[in-house]
Design a protein around this ligand. Structure first.
Ligand SMILES: Nc1ncnc2c1ncn2[C@@H]1O[C@H](COP(=O)(O)OP(=O)(O)OP(=O)(O)O)[C@@H](O)[C@H]1O
Ligand SMILES: [Mg+2]
Length: 243
């Protein structure tokens, strides 16, 4: 079964077609990078997949389920997890409390980060996957920025996603911190399908099976990682600008 199928997805903001007829298929367990210049529509595409923004046109299928009109909550319950381009944490709460918020986001239970959870083991496991140890009781505002990005990964992982969407998880990090994020992503269970938005080519191409290049809301091309750098169309829209 396909983990994700986007069929001619359009997302409009007024006259702007931020996503302009994008189609994309992700096999079960496939890891895909989505690259492209600023404003290409990458984050908007994620929002259409997660249900933050309903597509104006087109269809979104998640593990074979037609999610086009489903809420973000319903999609999360069906195994869609994500991290955000900008950190999206509660800085005054501890690491453990943030994790409980992430876990409870999936349940119908009243929102209460201090409530006891059944799944303390799941929290420990997700923190370990994100290589965060011994910080459970630290307020998030006391963590380094790198550790905060790792916590965001842990918060997505604790929901046990089947499809994981990572929006620039290494943005703003030092080379060492970027390496840590790469190690975490590489070590994720292979049955989690993943889409990674990432501007750092060296990082992105080393982590994925396939690459989608977006430009002006459209899919410019799809290719294996080794065929990206040398591709003249990619260089024109992306590497040319970045270089
Ligand atoms: N909420 C919004 N309202 C209006 N326009 C928006 C909104 N969100 C995004 N856009 C516009 O849609 C286009 C695509 O934006 P998007 O954030 O998806 O790009 P991106 O590929 O993620 O870029 P970046 O690499 O800079 O993160 C841009 O022109 C952007 O200004
Ligand atoms: Mg973006």
């Amino acid at each position: 079964m396909k983990a994700l199928e986007l069929i001619n997805v359009v997302v409009r903001f007024g006259a702007l077609r931020a996503v302009d007829g994008a189609s994309l298929t992700l096999a079960a367990g496939e890891r895909r990078a989505v690259i492209g210049p600023n404003g290409a529509g990458k984050t908007t595409l994620f929002n259409a997949i997660t249900g933050v923004l309903p597509p104006t046109e087109g269809r979104v299928l998640i593990n074979g389920w037609d999610a086009t009109r489903a809420s973000a909550q319903a999609r999360a319950r069906r195994g869609v997890g994500r991290t955000f381009q900008i950190t999206n944490l509660f800085p005054e709460l501890t690491v453990a409390e943030n994790m409980r918020v992430a876990l409870r986001g999936l349940t119908a239970a009243k929102w209460n980060p201090w409530a006891r959870d059944r799944d303390a083991g799941g929290i420990a496991e997700a923190l370990a996957s994100a290589r965060l140890k011994g910080v459970e009781d630290s307020p998030v505002k006391h963590l380094s920025y790198g550790a905060q990005r790792q916590l965001e990964l842990a918060m997505a992982l604790v929901q046990k996603p089947r499809l994981l969407l990572l929006d620039e998880p290494a943005a703003g990090l030092s080379p060492a911190e970027r390496g840590a994020v790469a190690d975490i992503v590489r070590a994720l269970p292979r049955d989690i399908a993943m889409v990674l938005i990432e501007h750092d080519m060296d990082l992105a191409l080393g982590l994925v099976d396939s690459v989608t290049v977006m430009h002006e809301g459209r899919v410019l091309l799809e290719a294996p990682p080794h065929a990206i750098r040398g591709n003249p169309r990619v260089q024109e829209v992306y590497l040319g600008r970045a270089a």
